[in-house]
Design a protein around this ligand. Structure first.
Ligand code: F6R
Length: 272
């Protein structure tokens, strides 16, 4: 089942999830983390900071990246991951991948120019999937959720079997993410994102959501129909999915009392 844990604050969520990551890493120091960007996972990364030494050998794979931003743009997810995760947690940058981060090198290998760039982009998803497989897959995947119900940048209509590929962002998502850019027009139309099929292969999914603006998407994901119209509902197909929400994000859940009861009485040995 999807376990729902209602916490008092994003900070509490960060501590809880950081604890799960540290337990994983103490068993397997080179564990593979699936990294999300955006605002939601920040409390997790903050809670991990004092434990950076334990994370030195961790490997990471980001969920998604914009397509079409100038190289080195401060809001590219490569830049965000470097600034918010790799640097503060002392991860080895060579062990942290972001979809499409090899496009320039691949294009150069193909001889460069627009046709090589295009081919390098078109095949970037396959190379990312190969890198994920070579790493042995993701142990723990952090997820946020968009107002459209996206996870990664899998917008409504995404196949549950989809793998890493180029997608078009909805106008709603472009508007929501405009806060990170100087103007809404600067938000790219396209992205490269792990697919729902890719995400479902991770061994443990941890979806976080805070605030009332996420409450409809959370209720749909956890209790609604399993449908590609609400891509996050794919988590219901996963044998080990944990949803960590504050009271506002949980406010539209029908079985909220039960989730609270189950968490309050959860045997300590079970962990999350
Ligand atoms: C980011 C990602 C997205 C975000 C979602 C929520 O890597 O994959 O699915 O998690 O758009 O964004 P925030 O957390 O900024 O509300």
């Amino acid at each position: 089942m999807t376990e729902v844990i209602v916490v008092g604050s994003p900070r509490e969520a960060g501590e809880l999830v950081a604890g799960a990551i540290l337990r994983l890493v103490s068993d397997r120091p080179d564990a593979v983390l699936g990294l999300a960007t955006g605002s939601t996972p920040l409390p997790v990364y903050e809670a991990l900071r004092p434990h950076a030494r334990a994370l030195a050998r961790v490997r990471g794979f980001a969920l998604d990246e914009y397509v079409g931003l100038p190289a080195g743009h401060t809001e590219s997810y490569r830049a965000v991951i470097d600034r918010e995760v790799v640097g503060p947690l002392g991860l080895d940058p060579a062990r942290v991948r972001v979809p499409g981060d090899d496009i320039a090198a691949e294009s150069a290998r193909l001889g460069g120019g627009p046709a090589a760039d295009e081919l390098a982009l078109a095949t970037a998803g396959d190379r990312y999937e190969q890198a994920l497989a070579a790493a042995g897959g993701v142990d723990l995947q952090l997820l946020g959720i968009g107002a459209t119900g996206h996870i990664g940048f899998n917008e409504p209509g995404s196949s549950f079997a989809s793998l890493t590929r180029v997608k078009t962002l909805t106008e709603r998502t472009r508007r929501d993410n405009a806060r990170f850019f100087a103007s809404p027009d600067e938000v790219p139309q396209h992205c490269i994102t792990q697919g729902l099929g890719t995400i479902l292969r991770a061994r443990h999914l941890v979806l976080l959501a805070f605030g009332a603006a996420k409450s409809d998407a959370v209720a749909g994901a956890v209790e609604g129909a399993v449908t590609s119209s609400l891509p996050a509902s794919a988590i219901q197909l996963h044998p080990h999915a944990t949803v960590v929400v504050d009271a506002a994000a949980a406010s539209r859940l029908r079985f909220l009392d039960y989730y609270r009861q189950a968490w309050a009485h959860k045997p300590a040995w079970q962990q999350i």
